[in-house]
Design a protein around this ligand. Structure first.
Ligand SMILES: [Zn+2]
Length: 191
């Protein structure tokens, strides 16, 4: 580890140490001894998407295929942090596309989702970014992305609505232009 990185981490740990004091805690008590360091590491991990880029992540996992029917990857777990409160939002992401000569390795959908979810986000932008990323790597005829998520900033604070869920969708290409394609996607999801 370089000296610069080391100094930077120390600064962040000091900030969290001070935050604990401001919250009315005693950072020196047993249970909180290692908390600044752990919390900083956790935050770094939850925002590690900033360190990734799409090309490196896909890393050649694009394959030639004659498949020209809709491909759906359902119920991909999604964990992100809302950029307004730095609190988690948690849910599921469904991705569909209609290939145009190229298909993407299955595991890459989850990786693309994580790359954008592990940043400070709003659900609307996250949905858009995932759809654009899938479109740009596959050059598909169409891409549809739906996210259903619960936001802890709404469940634990503010209006305290525990059962509310937000759904966002982005439809590109054939999914936007063609009602039947969009209906097929929605029908397959509800099964
Ligand atoms: Zn929020």
């Amino acid at each position: 580890m370089t000296e610069i990185e080391n100094t930077e981490i120390m600064t962040e740990e000091k900030l969290i140490h001070q935050l604990l004091i401001n919250l009315g805690e005693n950072p020196e008590r047993e249970g909180l001894k290692g908390t600044p360091q752990r919390a900083w590491r956790a935050l770094r991990s939850l925002t590690s998407g900033y360190q990734q880029n799409l090309a490196a992540l896909v890393n050649g996992a694009i394959f030639q295929s004659n498949m020209d029917e809709m491909v759906i990857v359902k119920d991909i777990e999604l964990y992100s942090l809302c950029e307004h409160h730095l609190l988690p939002f948690i849910g599921k992401c469904h991705v569909a596309y209609i290939p145009d000569g190229k298909i993407l390795g299955l595991s890459k959908f989850a990786r693309i989702i994580d790359m954008y979810a592990r940043r400070l986000q709003v659900q609307e932008n996250l949905t858009q970014q995932i759809a654009q990323a899938v479109l740009s790597v596959t050059q598909a005829k169409g891409v549809g992305v739906i996210i259903e998520a619960r936001h802890l900033c709404m469940m634990m604070r503010g209006v305290e609505k525990q059962n509310s869920q937000m759904t966002t969708s982005v439809m590109l290409g054939l999914f936007r232009e063609n009602d039947r394609t969009r209906s097929e996607f929605l029908n397959l999801l509800s099964k």
